[in-house]
Design a protein around this ligand. Sequence first.
Ligand SMILES: [Mg+2]
Length: 181
Amino acid sequence: MWQLLHPHLWVSSVGRIDASDLRRRGIRGLILDVDNTLVPWGETEMAPATRSWLEGMRAAGFRICLVSNNRRRRAESLAEAVGFPVISGAVKPLRQAFVRAMRLLGTRPQETAVVGDQIFTDILGGNLAGAYTVLVSPLSRREFFTTRLNRQAEKLVLWHLRRRGRGPDVNLTTEGTVDDA
Ligand SMILES: [Mg+2]
């Protein structure tokens, strides 16, 4: 059970995700969460650093799809602005949206990374879908009430990970890549 809640990689922000590290793992497609992963909750603009990371991943040849549980138009206009497909109103952690996203990307689960800031939606869902999962620290403290409830349970999982010597970016090696030990 714990394993399904554990990300394969834990980073402080998407900018720490290294293209060559992903490629070495055979990953070709990225499924990215929107709220608090790419954009601070309630904001409409992506930070320049996030945007240039995204552009870098696209230039490196990764297929990219945004998947958000948020129904609002915001995720869609954001995706349009950056030119990636988006699936909004997803019901993460249920598999359906991840399967749809992988169909769009043309990737198999083992060739796909799921990146997000929440254990019980992004990480659990990505692990259930058989993908490589990357937890990022949330960009903002603000979020939905339901998310705040999840965060309480999440604390327990993060505590468990830290106790095993894991933490954001702690496994970074000198080359800036990450071991999955
Ligand atoms: Mg999120």
